[in-house]
Design a protein around this ligand. Structure first.
Ligand SMILES: Nc1nc2c(c(=O)[nH]1)N=C([C@H](O)[C@@H](O)CO)CN2
Length: 126
């Protein structure tokens, strides 16, 4: 069993894109995250320091977006996942990234990645 902290439709503005015109502007990305952690210690004590603070994680993601200017959404997602796993006690995460407006005929394009190991499961090859 593993609980998950959820962040849904977090909007960040960043320079992202492979084409010349995209290097000159910021575009909006929308992020969904599932962060596996055992919530029981925090629930038993009502202590924020014993869980993943979703507000702090959202602020870190906003800062990450401001500080980077990748070409590919793949790079943004991979590097963000690594940063979050390095800085927070996240056993496993699933990150869904959407780039609305990148393809006018589509509501959004994007990707989903999962990283880490859910306790009690086999590690995925990475
Ligand atoms: N798999 C990807 N395909 C494309 C990407 C990307 O990051 N990953 N990016 C672009 C352009 O930047 C596009 O978003 C501009 O509309 C094209 N394909």
């Amino acid at each position: 069993m593993m609980d998950r902290i959820l962040i849904e439709a977090l909007e960040v503005d960043t320079v992202i894109g492979a084409y010349d015109w995209e290097r000159l502007i910021e575009q909006r990305l929308s992020l969904d995250l599932q962060l596996a952690t055992d919530i029981r210690p925090a629930a038993a004590t009502d202590d924020l320091t014993l869980t993943l603070n979703y507000a702090a994680i959202c602020e870190r993601i906003q800062r990450f977006a401001r500080e980077h200017d990748f070409e590919l959404v793949e790079t943004f997602a991979e590097r963000l996942a690594q940063t979050l796993r390095d800085e927070f006690a996240i056993d496993w995460l699933r990150l869904t990234l959407r780039k609305p407006g990148a393809v006018p005929a589509a509501r959004s394009v994007g990707l989903e990645i999962t990283r880490g190991t859910l306790p009690g499961t086999q590690p995925e090859s990475q």
